[in-house]
Ligand binder design. Structure first.
Ligand code: CAA
Length: 380
């Protein structure tokens, strides 16, 4: 067992940290307040190769390993979890899925600009009546010559407004349950395809989330990902990869909460001394640091297994389950340590709590992660 990162991994981690502190941090408070998408930041991240980190250079990606991706995601999310999720969806759910399952045509036309970060992607699986129970797709696609005609509504789509290319999961044969589900790439601007208004969210407010509607939207058959009837397997396999992305985002938030609490506890005085000298605060800090480290180790493990070409489904779900719980708990503890100052915007920790909660919900709720882990345990 080796707990050392390579020189390249450390360099990427350092680059992400410096970028986050110099380019992302200065606008994060305002963007959170105004719900403003970080368009310029995403462009700069593309220049660093952060929008297609794990994609092979053959498809214009940065060709980095999963551990590097996780390290960069943690540093970015530590400063701004909204930017973290934009990066995670493009890398883990969109680019990774297209690289593994897309045809040569899809890779050339869609993956390359996505990996270069010139275009942004979204992943549209959830629907008003199909969240955790993802086989219940109501968005239909019917074949009409060389085209498929899409009708239906998608919900809670991250990057939904800003994305250029959307991966859309549809039902093509209701009789066949998950084997009657098919995935397409749908371009922004295709007639019959529209996005709804930006959701007014509790947290990750600088990322955009919206519904998508399809009304007789004609998509060419060459935009089918993998093949007809493979859309559910595509979504499940791709989401396994997304989960270490969200685990990394949660680790970043947990780390931010711990760091803020540590700093504040060394500055704030009560009962004649810095509050860091009180055992009640020390115990909280110890728990926060230990849990953050454990969450990171689970996340690194999932990433390292993937890099080694081994099965990582259980480990990715464990990482997401644990890291998201720690993100929420650390944010709450950070607020408690800050007292009244933790409850106002000035000290950022209230944002960490608002941003943390979604990590227990999207890309599979906490309860879904437990289902996946249990199924893997019972299978072994
Ligand atoms: N990995 C790979 N394949 C899986 C899988 C997994 N974790 N879970 C199920 N499958 C496969 C099964 O092997 C089976 O395929 P075969 O028939 O080819 O063997 C197929 O999926 C159906 O399996 P089940 O009948 O067991 O599936 P199910 O109906 O019981 O559901 C589930 C399984 C894991 C609960 C699934 O519905 C699920 O993951 N739900 C959560 C969906 C989710 O994560 N949504 C998040 C939306 S995306 C998002 O949030 C993005 C964003 O914008 C940030």
């Amino acid at each position: 067992m080796n707990f050392e990162f390579t020189e390249e991994q450390i360099m990427i981690q350092q680059t992400a940290k410096e970028f986050a502190e110099s380019e992302i941090a200065p606008t994060s408070v305002e963007r959170d307040k105004n719900g403003e998408f970080p368009t310029e930041i995403v462009k700069k991240m593309a220049d660093l190769g952060f929008m297609g980190m794990m994609v092979s250079p053959e498809y214009d990606g940065a060709g980095m390993d999963t551990v590097s991706y996780v390290l960069a995601m943690i540093e970015i999310s530590k400063v701004d979890a909204s930017v973290g999720v934009i990066m995670s969806v493009n890398n883990s759910l969109v680019c990774s899925g297209l690289e593994k399952y897309g045809s040569d045509f899809i890779k050339e036309k869609y993956l390359k600009p996505l990996a270069r970060g010139e275009k942004l992607g979204a992943f549209a699986l959830s629907e008003p009546e199909a969240g955790s129970d993802a086989t219940q797709q109501k968005t239909t696609a019917e074949k009409d010559g060389r085209f498929w005609v899409l009708n239906g509504i998608k919900n809670w789509i991250t990057n939904g407004i800003s994305a250029d290319y959307h991966i859309v999961i549809t039902q093509t044969d209701a009789e066949k349950r998950h084997k009657g589900i098919t995935a397409f790439v749908v371009e922004k601007g295709t007639p019959g395809f529209a996005h709804g208004v930006k959701e007014d969210k509790l947290g990750i407010r600088s990322s955009d989330t919206c519904s998508l509607t399809f009304e007789n939207c004609r998509v060419p058959e060459e935009n089918i990902i993998w093949e007809v009837g493979k859309g559910f397997n595509f979504a499940m396999n791709t989401l396994n990869g997304g989960r270490y992305g969200i685990a990394s985002q949660a680790c970043g938030i947990a780390d931010a909460s711990f760091s803020a609490a540590l700093k504040y506890s060394k500055e704030r005085k009560a009962f004649g001394t810095e509050i860091s000298n009180h055992q009640a605060i020390q115990f909280k800090l110890s728990d926060m640091a230990t849990k953050t480290e454990a969450a990171k180790l689970l996340t690194y493990q999932a990433a390292a297994l993937k890099d080694a070409g081994k099965d990582y489904v259980k480990e990715a779900s464990m990482a997401k389950l644990f890291a998201s719980k720690v993100a929420v708990e650390n944010a709450l503890d950070a607020i408690q340590i800050h007292g009244g100052y933790g409850y106002v915007r000035e000290y950022l920790v209230e944002r960490y709590l608002r941003d943390s909660k979604i990590t227990e919900i999207y890309e599979g709720t906490t309860e879904i992660q437990k289902m996946i882990i249990a199924r893997q345990l019972l299978k072994d």
